[in-house]
Structure formats: structure tokens, C-alpha cells
Write a protein that binds this ligand. Sequence first.
Ligand code: ADP
Ligand code: MG
Length: 701
Amino acid sequence: MALYLDTPLQFVKGVGPRLSEILGKKGLRQVGDLMEFYPRTYEDRRAARSISSLQPGDVVSLTAKVLKVSSYNLGRSRRKIYDVLIADDAGRIHCKYFRVPYKGYFERFSHGTEVRVIGKVILYRGKLEFHHPDIHEVRKDEVVEDELLPIYPETEGLSSTKLRKIISKAMVDLKSNSSIDLQAMDPLPQRIRDREKLPNRFEALKFIHQPPKEAGRSFIEGKSDYHRRIIFEEFFWLELFLAAKRMGLKRDKAPAMKKLLEKVDKLKASLPFELTGAQKNCFAEILEDISKPHPMHRMVQGDVGSGKTLVALMSCLVAIENGYQAAVMVPTEILAEQHFKNSNELFKSMGIRIELLTGSMKASEKNKILEELVRGDIDLIVGTHSLIQDQVEFKNLALVVIDEQHRFGVEQRHKLKQKGISPHLLLMTATPIPRTLAMTVYGDLDVSIINERPKGRQPILTRVTYESRRPKVFDFVEKQLAKGRQAYVVYPLVEESEKIELKNAMEEHRILCERFTDYRVGLLHGKMKAHEKDEVMGQFRAGDFDILVSTTVIEVGVDVPNANIMVIEHAERFGLSQLHQLRGRVGRGSHRSYCVLVLGKAVSKESAERCRIMEQSEDGFKISEADLEIRGPGEFMGARQSGLPGFKMANLVRDFDILKQARKVAFEILQSDPQLKRPENRAIREELLKTQGNKALAFIG
Ligand code: ADP
Ligand code: MG
């Protein structure tokens, strides 16, 4: 039977109902899906691999002779490591096994036995070795495939070999189907392919699944033109969609605003400091945006303590002076409370009505506020998630500020936005976003960057240390307290977990109370009620506590300038961006500030190294790039709210250059033809609607 890209897989030779069910579970339903099921890596079976040519990361198969089999215990434990040393003409390498299939297994390999070893080359303590390679005696009748074999992700009942067979079968059948022209049938238009020097899609797929014999290292690492072709396309449709979204939003109607600055000027005059240059620029960008007839979609990225709140509140003032309402949504009650107080302070005697809306308020209080919001009696509302509930309605909401936006899901952001007729949207984040993510997940937004800290701020001295040195750390803390400063001590968890022995904030609170008898030690943790947290936080801010023991609930936005020491226990448990956020709680006043990262007992060398990045940099952008590289996009973003597009081959960290290029091309096309109406763009339009569905239609019309 002739195959097409949309032929269901059960019609491929060798795929029965059972196999097609297994494939279906992997999301593979049609021949086209199978073509896009890419090898995880390649196994290099080309004959001439000698031990001396091996590189870390290579997956190879080679023949060699056994020199020696030995075993020894791992440290003081009873676990044994088996070590088979093999050699060929030019080199030798150790094959290590931490598990043994059965007793006497390795005794089979005596000195001089010729073996075939298949596995991944690992760099361990400066030396190359194999860990758990497949090893067997070379049989006389063994047929050695002299090629580069694609290795597919396996599942139960579906081996890589089987997949390889099905895929090559399908590929042959596709090619022999004379009624489809695989060369012509490429979703990427010829003109883009030519300009970007990208091979045809089918050609790329063919080589990826059936690598050419002469393929080099870059091919194996996924860096060939064939790979680039596939990756480019994955990015291209996404970027085209983001470009369409951006242009589309620019066509919506936004509340009309003039650049009324009376209130802003009044506010500025009342401040004890000058705005930083970066704050001024950012506000100017916002002002430009909101005086246009289309809604602003801007994200302000600024490191912790760079003064984003002020810029947001100034923007609110402009909306209010224009006779509209503004809303500020924040992720925690503590922060809502803080912004509420802050804005009351800043806006006093301006005749502005500000209210707070949080989940822990009494129903009667809430209802009163809801009524006043609809009537338009409230000018500025500050709140938590409560703001996005259905009962919340506004009279004329014109500006929505979402602070610490990374704490909110895409859905939640969207919901608040719906409360006005396309209000202007200002997102604030203190987690600087690596450029790759800024171009994908947030690719439809305009970005302002506040990269200047207010004058007079001193650098934060950061040190990584170990648990055994904790007494010294606390002596140091005590010296600072004696000077009148305050300290944070942060723990990763509230409740003791039986499995992982982590410090329990409550237990530590008790210990610290004993250690610091002359000082007052407060406790803040996630299991407390919102009003309890607020109370403790308020007391710390007022100086009623000298030390605040806390879990990560303080992570976001809290501002206590007199606090100048941050001790973070089990620092290895946190992501770098999170450590950076926590550290940003200090260094807010004029005092020299310190951050001590205390590592737990059984910390790996890698974790320790990772934490040391914090010693070297205070630049949130650098730290977030490093964090992304180490943890990968999924974990970096947090699964819940990631909004991360799923790529089949592209890797956001590795393929940044391709991403940039795909974005450039996509935006150029959309800029010159926002609705993709021109004949030469018709195919692109169709493919966009196919890959992104009706979402895209809403923007290109
Ligand atoms: P973040 O960007 O982390 O939200 P905040 O807006 O909380 O930072 O600002 C941190 C502190 O810096 C606040 O106490 C604020 O009043 C102060 N601040 C803001 N702008 C300036 C400035 N230009 N000069 C001095 N201090 C400033
Ligand atoms: Mg803030």
C-alpha cells in the first residue's frame, strides 16, 4: 500500500495493532509523526574507532582485548565495583560496572579475550572511561554493521532497533509513492530555504534517520545543516505565531490616554531620591505605549531592588489622572499589603482612593470593595489572585500591573486582562529572563530592562560555606546585630521530611532563640495564615525582631532596608535564580550587606560549584543564563506556569543562534505583511493556521 504522510501507522509494514497502540501512546499516529520522532543520539559503529580517538560523550562500539579484570570496594561501603581494563593497539580504557548481572559474570573475560564494547564515553576525574557499557566476547560469525546508527528513545515493547526498522521502511515507501512530491511538499517556502541555506525537509529527515557514513562529530552532536533545517522550522512557526500575536494585539483598541503628568511630577518632588536613568527610560517607554490607541504589552525586567514598583505606581498615576482605574496584582498577601501601604504613603494628599483586596478578607469587606470597584469609587486596587475572580468587575479599568509575573500562570495573566476593554498590561519581573526564553515564552511582549541600581547601594558580599562552619557564621551575624542591623535566615522546607534530612524552620527557630538570647528571633513559614505572616513581617520591618527565620515565603518583593545579612541554609536545594531573588532581600539600604550560602553535608561537587556562581556575580541576567544552562528550560520555568512550547528537536540552550535567525525571518515577514495576505505568503499562512490553530487566526484575522 502506498504511504502518505497522513497514513495511520498501522498500515506501515511491520506495525501491527499492538505496536500501533504503543506508538500511539508516544503520540505517534501517522507516518508524518514517525518522521518527526528523532533519534536521541547516534551510535558510532564505524569500524575504525580506536581507543585513542575517543572523546567524552561519544557513543561508540569498538573491539579491543581484555587486559585485566579486577574488583574493589567503593569507599568504605560494601558495594563492589568491577573494572574491566581493555586495550587496542593505541590505547587503553577502563570499563566500570557498579552492578553485576550475576555472580561470576566478569570471570568470563580472561586476559586476551577479544571483546566488543558498546557504550558512552564518560569523562570522570579527568580520565575517559566507560560506565556500564555493553560488553561481549567477539563471535566469529558476528556481522558488524559499519555505520552510524540512530538511537531512539525506547519504551517498553519498543526497542530502538525496531523503531529504526519501521522508520526506514516508511521512508522507502514514502519515496516510492509517485503521487507525492516530497521535494515540492515543503512547508518552508523555497525563498526562505534558499536564503537561509536550508536543505529540503524530506532530505533533512532522511539524513537524520539514516546518517551518511561520512558524518562527522558535529552531525552526531545535532549540529549539521540537516538538524539546523528541522530546528529552524520548529522555531519559525512559533516565532511567526508570536509575531502575529504582537501585531494583532497592536490592532486592538485601548483606553485613550493623554500624557498627563501632574500627579507624577508631584510624586517625584516628594521623593527623597532621584529616579535612576534606567527608571526614567523605562517610564518613558511605558508612557509612549499607553498614549497610543493600542494596548501596551510590556514586560519590565529589573533585578531585585532596582525600583520597579515606583515605575509601576507612576504608570498607575497617569491612568488615574486620565480618569481611569488601575489594578496591581501580586502573588502574595505580604506583598499586596506592602504595595498597599507603600502606595498610600506615596500618594497621600493626592486625593486617590486606594483599596486592598485579598483572599483572607471578610466577605462583607470584600463585597463592599467589589461594589465600589464597579461604581468607580476606587482608583487603584492592589490585590492577590482574588482580583481575577469572576465577581470582580471594574468601571473603567485601563491599566493592569502584574508584579512578580513569573509567579503567575499564563491563564491568570490573561484573566485579569479581560477585566477591562483591552487594558494596558504591564508585567514586572525580578527574575531576569534568559534571552532564549524572552524570545520564545515571552516573545510577543515588548521588554524594558532596568539594569541600574539606585545610587548608594553597595555590592552584596556573598560567600559559600559548609555546615561545619555555621558557628562562625552566627558569630558574624551577631556582630552585625550588635551594630543594629537585622538578619534573615532562610530554610528550604517547613516540615521535616523523613526521607531527606532538612532543617526544619521551626526547629531552627528554637535553636536560634537559644543561640541569640540577647536578640529577638521571629519565625515566618508557609503554613502560617496570611494575617499571621503579615503580622510577623510587619514586626520585622518595624524592628521588633532582629532575626527573621523564614522559609522561602519571603522570596518575593519584601523590602526591609535595615536588614543586611541573608543566611541561606541548604543553599544547594535552591535554583540559582531563586538564590538570587532571596539575596535581593538585602543590600536595600546604605549598609554593607552580606549573603552566606550554607551547604548541607552530602553536597555534590557540582552543586557546590553551582552555588559559587553566586559569589562571582550579582548580575541577575548572568545568573539566570547559568541557571537555565544547568537546569534546562523546563525546570527553570517551573512546570506549572511554564508556557514552554514543546520542541521535538530544538534545544533552547544549544540552538540559540538558530532561534535568533528564525525569529528575525518570522518578524520580517509579519512586519511587511501583518495578515499574511500576499500571494507569496499564502502557504505560510496556511501552515501557521495548521500548526498554531485558531489562536493564530485571532491575530492575523
Ligand atoms: P524591586 O525592583 O525589587 O521591586 P523596589 O521597587 O521594591 O524594587 O525598590 C526597592 C527600594 O528602592 C524601595 O525601598 C524603593 O523606595 C527604593 N528606590 C526605588 N527607586 C529608587 C531610587 N531611584 N533611588 C533610591 N532608592 C530607590
Ligand atoms: Mg518588586
